[in-house]
Design a protein around this ligand. Sequence first.
Ligand SMILES: NC(=O)c1ccc[n+]([C@@H]2O[C@H](COP(=O)([O-])OP(=O)(O)OC[C@H]3O[C@@H](n4cnc5c(N)ncnc54)[C@H](O)[C@@H]3O)[C@@H](O)[C@H]2O)c1
Ligand SMILES: O=C(O)C[C@H](O)C(=O)O
Length: 325
Amino acid sequence: MTPVSPAIQQQKPARVAVVGAGKVGSTLAQRILEKNIADVVLLDVVEGLPQGVALDLLEARGLEDHDGFILGTNDYQDTANSDIVVVTAGRPRTPGMDRNDLIHINASIIAQSVKSAIAHSPNAILILVTNPLDVMTYVAWQVTQLPTTRVMGMAGVLDSARLQTFIAMELGVAIADVHAMVLGGHGDLMVPLPSYCTVRGVPITELLDQSTIERLIERTRNGGAELVKLFKTGGAYYAPASSVCRMVEAILHNQSRLLPTAAYLQGEYGLNDVFVGVPCRLGANGVEQILELKLSDAELAALHTSAESVRANNKIALEALHAKV
Ligand SMILES: NC(=O)c1ccc[n+]([C@@H]2O[C@H](COP(=O)([O-])OP(=O)(O)OC[C@H]3O[C@@H](n4cnc5c(N)ncnc54)[C@H](O)[C@@H]3O)[C@@H](O)[C@H]2O)c1
Ligand SMILES: O=C(O)C[C@H](O)C(=O)O
C-alpha cells in the first residue's frame, strides 16, 4: 500500500449540510457522495428519515466505489462547520398549485432552518432550493444577514437544463453540444434567452423557426408543473438535485463556472434589493461576479416584470413572518 503523506491525511474533506431529507435533499446527498464532492450531513425534522437515508447510502458505498461519509440527523449541532448549507426543507406543490401558494408555509420553515444552520456554520455558503425559490432566498438572507455573496438560490441551472433538453430533443443533437440560458424568477415569468441558447456556438434562432422556439420555451416555463402533474404528490427531484450538485461542485472546487443563479442585485440590470436569476460566476467565495449580459429591450422589460413579481411576494413573505413573531 502506498503510504499517505501526513498532509493528505490531515486534509479534512469538505462538508455539505443538506437540510430537508425528502426527495430533493436525499437525491442531492446521493449525487454529492457518488461524485466524491464532499461529506454530507443530512437533516430533517422527521425522526428516522435522514438516519435511514444516510444508512442506505452508506451501504451502497462499496458498490458505487466511494468512501464518502454521510450522517443523518435531527440535530443542527451535527451540521456544525459545514462549508455549504443547502436548504430543501419545506412543502412541495401539488397539482393545481402555484409555487407562490407555498409562501406562508415555507417562509417560517426557511426562517427557522437557516437561523439554526448558520448558528452552527457561520462561515457557510447558503444555497436555497425551497419554493417559491427567489422569495425564500430573500427570506434566508434577511434572517441570516450573511454577506450577499454567500446567499444564493438554485433555479436557473434547472430551468436552463430543461430548455437545453428540449432543444437537443427537437434538433436530435447531442445534449453536450447544446447550451441554454434562462434568467429571471423561478416561475411563469422566467426569462429564457433564445439568442444566448446555442448548439456548438450557433444560436438556435438560426436553427429553429420562431414558433418552434416559442413552443420549447413554453414547455420550459411549465417544466415544473408538467412533472408535478405527473408525480401528483410533489415535484421534480432528479434534475433539481443535479442542478444543486453542479453549483456545490463549482463552489467547493473553485471552478469559476458561469451559472444562472438567484443572486442579490444591487443595480445590475437596473434592479435593486431582490434575488433573481442572473448569470453568475460561482467559485470558492460564492457569487464572485454577476455578469450583465446585453439584453434586448423586450428581454430587459421581461426581467423587470419577473423581478417586480418576486419583490411583491418578498413583501408578503416578510409580513407573514413578522405576523408570526
Ligand atoms: N428551486 C427549484 O428549482 C426546486 C426544484 C425542486 C423542488 N423545489 C422545492 O424544494 C422543496 C423540497 O421539495 P421535495 O420534493 O424534496 O419535498 P419533500 O416533501 O420530498 O421533502 C421536503 C422535506 O422537508 C422536510 N422538512 C419540513 N420542515 C422542515 C424543517 N423545519 N426542518 C427540516 N426539514 C423539514 C420534510 O420533513 C421533508 O422530508 C419544495 O419546496 C419544492 O417545491 C425547488
Ligand atoms: O415545479 C415545482 O413546484 C418544483 C420545482 O420548482 C420545479 O421547477 O421542478
